[in-house]
Design a protein around this ligand. Structure first.
Ligand SMILES: *[C@@H]1O[C@H](CO)[C@@H](O)[C@H](O)[C@H]1NC(C)=O
Ligand SMILES: *[C@@H]1O[C@H](CO)[C@@H](O)[C@H](O)[C@H]1NC(C)=O
Ligand SMILES: *[C@@H]1O[C@H](CO)[C@@H](O)[C@H](O)[C@H]1NC(C)=O
Ligand SMILES: *[C@@H]1O[C@H](CO)[C@@H](O)[C@H](O)[C@H]1NC(C)=O
Length: 444
């Protein structure tokens, strides 16, 4: 078992090929549909404006909600938490296939590798108290005209970006404008919209080195995390971005040695003499704290940071290297499973650190939002590649992949949420403007 293999699975080395010419026609046809109003009549408002942050049942409400302090006039008609709901059948899905989209990563191209069932593609998320519209690519691109978005994290973040490229492909394919050959830092540009999307590889979010003296107890590498130091590979690059999608998770399940102040302070399952095992959650909290500190200390960054919450894996009957697998073919109902144990702990850590960062950022005019996908994806044990992420005879470390998501698949829904939140952002600033104007009128 070499860790190169799991690295390959976790971030891959495959750059998608160029788009076929026949799409140009389709693109031109769809361009005609792109003039879409960004703001909606107030009758629709309840569908588009949702209270997303503090009404999640998994999270206890803080005594005074930051959102409500800020925006009393909006939150008063916000009744809907878009992240609480159920998966419902959607016969119209999927909205692309491996034939229409070239951006599907090899290891997430489940149909290519013979996945026999297709039902997992045919669901959409239904919030309990409102509707979540399915992703509208033309509307998304119109909203993001002239903007840029960075996916900062690991291969699940890249999985999300590739899902988005496929969803957007009905309107336009991006061109590769990467500034390096390094596949972990790819930049895409949607030329008709002057919209840039980039991916920054930083699975631990902080400065990291891979130990050369050992493979670690699980033979998947031993990582040295400098928990109080920025990973400059991304922190020096994101100033210019309008949106950051920040996420991390699965790499904290591996053996790690923690450094603070350049000294070893502990580890996660490193089995080194005289190094206390502080657990995964210790590193996870500090890593997020440092990542937020980096964002809050950026000189020119004025963007919105979306924190995409932890999407747990679904191994059953063993963990990834003990023959565990994910063989379900249907979503769970929300009453059939719940977040617990370490997964709950990691989620709560994210929420806690997010709240602190949000408060801190607000002082500098920086916005944070919670892309709260944890409960939504917890209910989708059926969406992973399992053994259909490669040919059966291939010798790969993560043979049954219950971490990443087949494309098309449930991760496409993350784009539904993101678009909804971007639209909400538009509503918010429209509301703010309205309030300012009426205040001015009153004071004049
Ligand atoms: C798979 O690869 C590992 C390490 O590269 C090797 O030790 C093992 O024998 C291989 N197994 C098979 C079935 O080829
Ligand atoms: C797409 O999936 C089909 C099976 O549905 C497979 O035969 C084909 O090779 C795949 N094509 C690509 C380009 O991945
Ligand atoms: C494209 O967007 C960037 C900001 O992302 C802006 O600086 C630039 O002027 C835009 N170019 C055009 C041609 O609109
Ligand atoms: C979950 O709720 C559904 C109704 O939505 C019900 O039919 C089912 O029995 C419940 N399952 C459990 C395990 O409580």
């Amino acid at each position: 078992m070499k860790h190169q293999a799991i690295d390959e699975l976790l971030f891959g080395k495959i750059r998608p090929q160029k788009p076929p010419k026949k799409f140009v026609l389709l693109v031109c046809a769809l361009l005609l549909l792109t003039i879409i109003p960004l703001y909606y009549p107030s009758i629709c408002r309840s569908l588009f404006v949702s209270k997303t942050i503090y009404s999640n049942p998994l999270v206890p409400s803080p005594s005074s909600s930051a959102q409500e302090e800020d925006l009393p006039s909006i939150t008063s008609n916000l009744k809907c938490d878009i992240f609480t709901g159920e998966w419902v059948p959607n016969p119209e899905a999927p909205y692309y296939t491996n034939k229409t989209c070239w951006a599907i990563h090899e290891h997430q191209n489940c149909m290519k590798y013979g996945r026999p069932d297709t039902e997992f593609m045919k669901w959409k998320w239904k919030p309990d108290d409102c509707e979540l519209p399915v992703f509208n690519p033309a509307q998304f691109l119109e909203l993001l005209r002239g903007k840029s978005m960075a996916f900062v994290g690991d291969s699940v973040g890249r999985n999300q970006m590739q899902s988005m490229i496929c969803l957007l492909s009905r309107v336009e394919y991006p061109i590769d404008v990467s500034t390096t050959e390094d596949q972990r830092f790819i930049r895409w540009k949607y030329t008709s919209y002057n919209f840039t999307m980039a991916t920054f590889w930083t699975p631990h979010l902080v400065k990291t080195k891979e130990a050369t003296y050992t493979d670690g107890p699980t033979k998947t590498g031993l990582f040295e995390l400098y928990l109080d130091e920025f990973d400059e590979a991304w922190t020096t690059q994101i100033n210019e971005f309008d949106y950051i999608i920040l996420s991390a998770g699965h790499w904290f399940f591996r053996p790690m040695v923690y450094y603070e102040n350049r000294k070893i302070t502990g580890c996660n399952y490193c089995l080194l003499d005289n190094v206390p095992d502080l657990g995964k959650h210790y590193g996870y909290r500090k890593a997020f704290r440092t990542a937020f500190k980096a964002i809050n200390s950026l000189e020119n960054y004025k963007g919105i940071t979306y924190v995409r919450t932890f999407a747990q894996s679904h191994f059953e009957n063993g963990i990834w290297n003990e023959g565990g697998n994910c063989l379900r073919t249907k979503p769970y109902k929300s009453n059939e499973t719940r977040l617990e144990g370490l997964n709950l702990e990691l989620y709560m850590i994210q929420i806690e650190e997010y709240r602190k960062a949000e408060k801190e950022g607000r002082r500098n005019g920086l916005k944070y939002r919670l892309l709260d996908t944890t409960q939504v994806t917890l209910l989708r044990p059926d969406g992973h590649p399992s053994r259909y992420g490669h040919w059966p005879n291939e010798n790969v470390t993560l043979y049954n992949d219950c971490v990443h998501w087949c494309l098309p698949g449930p991760i496409d829904t993350w784009s539904d949420f993101l678009l909804e939140m971007l639209k909400m952002e538009g509503m918010r600033s429209a509301e703010e403007k309205k309030r300012l104007i009426s205040r001015d009128r009153r004071s004049n």
